[in-house]
Each structure stands twice: as structure tokens, then as C-alpha cells.
Design a protein around this ligand. Structure first.
Ligand code: CA
Ligand code: CA
Ligand code: CA
Ligand code: CA
Ligand code: ZN
Length: 508
């Protein structure tokens, strides 16, 4: 992990807090105050453009091309002629874009985006979609925007008009067959186009989008070394001079481990600089939350879109029971029973400052306080079982929990799970205290104490690109599992493998 650039703007309070945390952490757990690993020498840059074998997951000659249709012309809004390279939206907005997929790193990228609650756009190659169809479906189901990056990634300026059209139409047909809707955005391979490309795209209602920030991440050529990670982060941060950067990254067939490692820092950088993450349609990501909003003992769903909270009081399909605004669109969201009165209410974390509120309505928060760092993952729970929910952060795989909602040192950090696992919390055994869990791929590993050690037997539930959620859905005192797959929620009343006990749609 890389800390250098991110720490410079922190307050003294943060520095003291980080130092206090480091004191409580065993030496072996390498707290955040340690110096970064020595730089590895930069590998030589390969010559571009890279060979097709690194871009295509299969030889196009071996892939059955789909029959092309005319779906795009009517299913997408009219697109103007020309090339765009500026993220939509007002205020400061940033669009993260991933080309050449789906690939070996796509699931990991989806998990990072999900866990951060940010929107993104995937410019997929048609041939690669035929090799990883379930990944394409996962991208769409998870609410990410899919664009076309041609069928086989040629330099379009070398092709005839009819050959360029086929490159577009095959990928459109493939995407329609996989997810039911055509791509309304097109990015030419290598960013290379001519007037024919632009006319063909316009006739198909596809908006042509290049980029304004090039991370050059593909040059890492499969390396995940820290020098490549640092270089990608540094190039991505150059977009901080723009109001509406479009950041180019890749998710190629062979995988982009350096991109995966750099992504959390890139997200933190833009979030800390006040950017809202949008897809190229200007949409922000929905973030699922769960809580006992009405205090009746059962936990139910919610969705946070921008800074609007849509909450529902039953685990059935239907509209939200409440909608209100709290926090800012770039804040991280948390929920808890901060005052122990039995109802779950909202909170947001901005940088390392926590703003909690004791009612499900718009209005000011309680006194804010700082805890953890802006790149930590945030968790909440009743760690000591006294009835009030308090804060925690996960840094790498070290959990730092605190039993009061105020600034100060955490309890002794402990390691659980791996740094790229998704984190969940719950009262798995109904003892009254909230404890830790991680989800790795689709396998859940829960633990009944807040300490290092083995989890209970892992079990599978959901798919690797679902968003894990937890709650006491039936009000019996134990927290169990669930997944949110876009508008579809699948809850289970026991912490075991099996089919959903309750499923419904909630998409305000
Ligand atoms: Ca309830
Ligand atoms: Ca409460
Ligand atoms: Ca507590
Ligand atoms: Ca339960
Ligand atoms: Zn490409």
C-alpha cells in the first residue's frame, strides 16, 4: 500500500490518532506510521501498442460472432457528433473508466468499487465478453455502465466503413444478448478514430468518449509491483487539476494487478478532493444500507443515492417508507443505533471525520469527531454489547474498533481476513455483541469474537460480484447474511449455504 501522497494534508489530530493506534498495535501488524517499502526499480516500458494477445481473451477467428441487429438505434438517446472527454455533472465530478475487459481483474475491481460505493464505466471488448459472459452480467446487474470498445480491438482508422460498422454492431449484439440492452457509449481502441468512426457511432446513437487522464496502467504488463502501483496513482492524481476528469484504466484478459492495488488510493484521492464519482451518463452509485429504521426489532433495507437516503421498513418489494437527505454525495455512509434507543439511524464519514445523526430525517448531525484515516474502510457495531453502536475502521486487514463515538485511540488492533476481502459485521451468535466477518469471493468467514483467530467454517452465499449485506432480518437476535444484486435483494435467515429465505426488489 502507498501512503506518501495521501498523508500530507492530514490534521494534527489525525496524526496523533494514527500514532496512538500504532502504539496499540503489535509490532508485527505494521501500523500505518511505518515507512513505505523500498521502491523497486521501474521495469522498462514495453513498446505500444501492445500485442492483441494481451487485449483479446480469444482469437476472434475462433469466436462465433453474433448476428448483428439494429437495437442500438432506438434503445439509446440520440448522440451528437464528435468526441467527449469530460465527466458529466455539476460541481467537481470524476468518471473512472475501465477498458479492454472483462478480464481476470474485473471481479476485484467491482469489489473495490462496490465497497467504496462509487460509479464507474466499463468499455468492454466484444470478443472478451463472449469469454466471460457472467462478468458482463455482473457489471450490469451491479449498476455499472457498460460501453463498447469494439469487437476485436483494431485501430479503426485502418478499416473500411463497413468493417468499422461490424466492429460496433457485433459488440452491441453481444451485449444485448448478455444483458438485454445495447451500449450507448463507444470508446475506439487506442482512442483512435476518423470521421467515419464518428459518423457511424452517431448513426447508432453511441456517444464517443475518450479520456482526459491516462494512467498508462496497461504498461505494467501484468506486474503488480509497488513501483507500477505508485506510478498509476501518481498519473491518476494528475486529474486533480481538472473539474471533470475522465480517468482511463484497464481490466484486460490477463489481469491488471497494479491497477487493482492502485484503485483504492485513486478513489480516496478524488473523494478527499471533493469529487463526485459518476458514470458517463452522470449517474452516481447506489449504496445499500441496512438497519432497524423503525425500532420494531427487524432489520430492513435502504439505498443511499448521492446524499439521499431511501429506507424501507419491511423486507418485501415496494417503495421506500422514508426519503431524506443527509451528508454529502462523496461521503462514505454508515448506520447504527448511536443512542441505544433501538432505532438505526444514519451517519457519514468525510475524510476521517464522522457525522452521526439520531433520527431518520434531514438535519444537523451530532458533534463530529475524527477516527481512523480517510483511506480506511469504515465499520460500525455494538462491540461491547451495551446497546449503542460505535465506530471502527479496517486498515489492510487490521481492525481498529472503538467503544465510544468520539476521537481517541481504538482498542488493540487485530488482524482478521485479508486486505482485499470485503468486511461485514454482525451478532452472528445472538450474544449481544457485534463481531467481525469477511467475504472473499462468494465465501463468508464469520467470527464470534473481536480478535485474531480462525473464523467459523466458511460457507458460500451469493456470487463474487454481489454486495454482501447483513442484518437481523427476522428479529430473533442473530445477524445473518444477504446479498444485494442491483435492485434484487436476497436475504437468508441462517449463516449457512443455501437458497435465499426472502427475496424482493427494492430500487427507489
Ligand atoms: Ca424494523
Ligand atoms: Ca437510535
Ligand atoms: Ca456499544
Ligand atoms: Ca436473525
Ligand atoms: Zn483498449
Amino acid at each position: 500500500m502507498v501512503n506518501g501522497q495521501r498523508r500530507s494534508g492530514r490534521s494534527l489530530v489525525t496524526a496523533l490518532l494514527v500514532a496512538a493506534m500504532a502504539l496499540t498495535a503489535p509490532v508485527a501488524q505494521a501500523g500505518p506510521a511505518t515507512s513505505p517499502a523500498p521502491q523497486e526499480p521501474s521495469p522498462p516500458l514495453p513498446e505500444g501498442p501492445w500485442p492483441p494477445s494481451e487485449v483479446l481473451a480469444a482469437d476472434p477467428a475462433t469466436v462465433a460472432a453474433p448476428r448483428v441487429g439494429t437495437q442500438a438505434a432506438t434503445a439509446c438517446p440520440a448522440a451528437g457528433y464528435g468526441v467527449n472527454n469530460s465527466a458529466p455533472g455539476s460541481g467537481k465530478t470524476v468518471a473512472l473508466t475501465f477498458d479492454d475487459g472483462p478480464g481476470a481483474s474485473t471481479d476485484a475491481i467491482l469489489q473495490i468499487l462496490d465497497s467504496a460505493g462509487v460509479a464507474a464505466t466499463f468499455f468492454n471488448i466484444g470478443v472478451n465478453e463472449t469469454v466471460r459472459p457472467s462478468t458482463v452480467r455482473a457489471e450490469a446487474a451491479r449498476g455499472y455502465l457498460l460501453g463498447s470498445h469494439s469487437w476485436s480491438h483494431p485501430d479503426l482508422t485502418t478499416l473500411s466503413s463497413s468493417a468499422q460498422a461490424l466492429e460496433m454492431d457485433r459488440t452491441t449484439a453481444e451485449q444485448v444478448s448478455l444483458v438485454g440492452s445495447p451500449p450507448c457509449f463507444f470508446r475506439p481502441p487506442y482512442g483512435s478514430y476518423n470521421s467515419t468512426t464518428l459518423a457511424l457511432a452517431q448513426a447508432r446513437n453511441m456517444k464517443v468518449f475518450n479520456w482526459s487522464v491516462d494512467t498508462e496502467d496497461w504498461k505494467a504488463a501484468g506486474s503488480g509491483s509497488s513501483s507500477w502501483v505508485n506510478r498509476i496513482i501518481s498519473l491518476a492524481q494528475a486529474g486533480g487539476s481538472q473539474s471533470h476528469p475522465v480517468v482511463l484504466m484497464h481490466n484486460q484478459p490477463g489481469g491488471n494487478p497494479a491497477t487493482v492495488s492502485a484503485l483504492p488510493s485513486i478513489i480516496s484521492y478524488y473523494r478527499d478532493h471533493g469529487y463526485q464519482f459518476v458514470d458517463l451518463n452522470g449517474q452516481v452509485a447506489d449504496r445499500p444500507v441496512t438497519g432497524d429504521w423503525d425500532g420494531n426489532g427487524t432489520v430492513t433495507p435502504g439505498v443511499v443515492r448521492g446524499n439521499t437516503w431511501y429506507l424501507r421498513n419491511s423486507n418485501t418489494s415496494g417503495p421506500p417508507d422514508m426519503a431524506f437527505q443527509y451528508g454529502g454525495p462523496t461521503d462514505r455512509v454508515v448506520t447504527g443505533d448511536w443512542d441505544g434507543n433501538g432505532t438505526t439511524t444514519p451517519g457519514v464519514v468525510r475524510g476521517n471525520t464522522w457525522y452521526l445523526r439520531n433520527s431518520n430525517s434531514s438535519g444537523p448531525g451530532l458533534a463530529s469527531f475524527t477516527y481512523g484515516g480517510s483511506t480506511d474502510r469504515v465499520v460500525t457495531g455494538d462491540w461491547d454489547g451495551n446497546g449503542t453502536t460505535t465506530v471502527g475502521v479496517v486498515r489492510g486487514n487490521i481492525w481498529y474498533l472503538r467503544n465510544s463515538n468520539s476521537s481517541g485511540p481504538g482498542l488493540a488492533g487485530f488482524g482478521y481476513g485479508g486486505p482485499s476481502d470485503r468486511v461485514v459485521t454482525g451478532d452472528w451468535d445472538g450474544s449481544g455483541t457485534t463481531t467481525v466477518g469477511v467475504v472473499r469471493g462468494s465465501n463468508w468467514y464469520l467470527r464470534n469474537s473481536n480478535s485474531s483467530g480462525p473464523g467459523m467454517a466458511g460457507f458460500g452465499y451469493g456470487g463474487p460480484s454481489d454486495r454482501p449485506i447483513t442484518g437481523d432480518w427476522d428479529g430473533n437476535g442473530t445477524t445473518t447474511i444477504g446479498v444485494d444484486r442491483g435492485a434484487n435483494w436476497y436475504l437468508r435467515s441462517t449463516n449457512t449455504s443455501g437458497i435465499a429465505t426472502t427475496s424482493f426488489t427494492f430500487a427507489p
